[in-house]
Design a protein around this ligand. Structure first.
Ligand code: 3HC
Length: 309
């Protein structure tokens, strides 16, 4: 039992559990679940924006979007690598994504209908990601916390490039301002769902917080995001699609309306606007990319043989 005592002492001292340390099997399983689903979200998240790479309105915007989509692939790679320190294999994790036994964030099951969507994803989706993921830099599991430090730095670039793009639309034509407002109307509520179900319905929060994996509750981070974003909407000259959104001086926070948890549950279950298309494209890319994995493995074997020779 002294292993359990040591594990608890490390958590109590707010220090890190490392791959070679003893850990409760449920702690390991929770981390594999969360890190794998985070990684799956990153690689699926490449698709909505990827649809606009060939249609970006300028070379500068295309270069920025290319860099961002490549970053998302890199985030997936860091996170699959972090998950593998827990004794799982990324090929198996990808199977679980492809067969639906592991999830990815609902936010990536919505279509990107106009160029404004690309900027709104940067502003709202990457903005929500930062609020949700900065606390993960202090997660009790070392490899996950360290992966998050670099990911959060890159997410900040993603959020800023999105906001800067939206300023250009704000200062453009009436049609561009309408396009901007339309995208905000479609992405606001799904972005709030990224923080997970209400605390009362969160099956994992209590244990994840006890293990210092999750440092703040779903509702707490959602509120932090609303409080940060509402003033930014004023700068953009857009109206957030929530009649109940208003500043509450007593609470020193914004009150906001009820999220449609039926929609959330439907999209989690696979019944969102783009679920089938996203998985189909993912599986096709994985199949068509088999030769790249085989070539990389053959090259690695050759290099290893040279070293041993
Ligand atoms: N989409 C899909 N599933 C969701 C979800 C969402 N938006 N929110 C919650 N869920 C699932 C949970 O995975 C859990 O199901 P499971 O037990 O089968 O895994 C169930 O709903 C109950 O939710 P809980 O609150 O109990 O689950 P967690 O404690 O895991 O909290 C979380 C959910 C806040 C998303 C947490 O897992 C987390 O912080 N994950 C790391 C960050 C992450 O994965 N973000 C996803 C977006 S990726 C991204 O932002 C990329 C950027 O480039 C834009």
């Amino acid at each position: 039992m002294e292993q359990q005592a040591h594990f608890e002492a490390v958590l109590a001292a707010d220090e890190r559990i490392e791959p070679r340390d003893w850990m409760p099997e449920k702690y390991r399983a929770t981390l594999i679940r969360q890190i794998a689903q985070h990684a799956h979200s990153e690689i699926i998240g490449m698709q909505p924006e990827g649809a606009w790479l060939t249609r970006a309105p300028s070379l500068r915007r295309k270069a920025i979007l290319l860099a961002k989509v490549q970053d998302e692939a890199g985030h997936g790679m860091y996170l699959y690598s972090a998950a593998e320190t827990l004794g799982v294999d990324r090929a198996d994790l990808l199977d679980r994504l492809h067969t639906g036994t592991q999830k990815y964030s609902t936010i990536f099951n919505y279509p990107t209908l106009t160029w404004a969507d690309v900027g709104v994803i940067g502003w709202l989706v990457d903005g929500a990601a930062i609020v949700n993921q900065v606390p993960l830099c202090r997660c009790s599991y070392g490899p996950y916390a360290r992966a998050m430090i670099r990911i959060c730095k890159e997410e900040s670039f993603h959020q800023r490039q999105g906001f800067e793009m939206l300023l250009a639309l704000r200062d453009g034509t009436d049609a561009q301002r309408e396009m901007l407002q339309d995208a905000v109307n479609r992405w606001w509520w799904p972005s709030l769902m990224m923080f997970g179900p209400p605390d009362a319905a969160s099956t994992n929060s209590a244990q994840s917080m006890a293990w210092r994996i999750k440092r703040h509750s779903n509702d707490e981070l959602r509120q932090r995001f609303v409080d940060m974003t509402a003033p930014q909407a004023d700068v953009l000259g857009v109206k957030l699609p929530d009649e109940k959104l208003r500043w509450n001086a007593e609470r020193n926070s914004y009150d906001f309306g009820e999220i449609d948890w039926d929609e959330f549950a439907r999209v989690v279950k696979g019944d969102g606007p783009c679920n089938a298309e996203r998985i189909e494209r993912r599986v096709a890319a994985h199949t068509e990319g088999a030769w790249v994995r085989e070539a990389a493995l053959a090259y690695a074997k050759k290099q290893a043989a040279k070293v041993d020779a």
